[in-house]
Design a protein around this ligand. Sequence first.
Ligand SMILES: Nc1ncnc2c1ncn2[C@@H]1O[C@H](COP(=O)(O)OP(=O)(O)OP(=O)(O)O)[C@@H](O)[C@H]1O
Length: 260
Amino acid sequence: MGAHLKLTDLNLRFGGIKVLTGVDFEVEPGQIFGLVGPNGAGKTSLFNCISGHYRPNSGSITIDGVEVLGTPPATLARHGLARTFQHPALQLHATVLENVLLGGHTRLPGGPVEWALRLPRLSRSERDLRVEALALLERNGLGWAVNKRADELSHGLHKGIELCRALLSRPKLLLLDEPAAGLPHSEVEQLIGTVRRIGREDDITVVVVEHHMGLIAALTDRVVVLDHGAKLMEGTAAEAQSDPRVIEAYLGKDDADDVA
Ligand SMILES: Nc1ncnc2c1ncn2[C@@H]1O[C@H](COP(=O)(O)OP(=O)(O)OP(=O)(O)O)[C@@H](O)[C@H]1O
């Protein structure tokens, strides 16, 4: 079952710079939710707050009703949160399979001591994870690349590997940061199919940051538009695309007047 995510009056400052101001929104279980806005609007910073990489100055973030503000990323991963990054952070000298398996470590029984002792139940779990990782790679069109080193593969394939790594943790909430950036048109179409399947069939709540409005329109149930760190509007992708405030935020006031 996908997670319920709720942000209330979230504020983040770096020194004197306000990066997020009073951001509120709610994502229902199983929704595919878009987070859009011009460059520098605060989208990635917001993801960093949800995933525990940044600690907001004030506000609340709950996942399934549990307050998680300030919880470290590793703990959040154990509670069903996974994310991808704008620039995939892979182990470049490791194979594709090894990279994906990293996403499964939160599901291994015990902790570092048990892992060092290599108990039989650990080997069993590792075998199961390996089977699941191979199936994920196959399902996402990467079966042929399992034993390739990550640094032999393209940026687009790195994104696919990172997605499989995130999915191996069996998340309830998945944050995708610009999954279409740098992908050719044909691969964006494929990505839309993949994310739709993740949301609908795997029943995972997905929040996606993306500049590609075609992808946002095709995928999302609802979007929030951020501008200068504050929520500008919330609605469907179609409502956002025709909202004069959103057009102005993207184009600047003078150009928006020209369009109108
Ligand atoms: N660690 C940091 N220290 C200082 N300022 C930061 C930090 N992280 C983000 N910012 C600032 O916060 C603002 C929002 O940046 P952020 O990357 O969240 O925007 P974005 O909407 O994701 O932009 P883009 O679409 O270009 O990726 C920017 O002004 C950025 O410089």
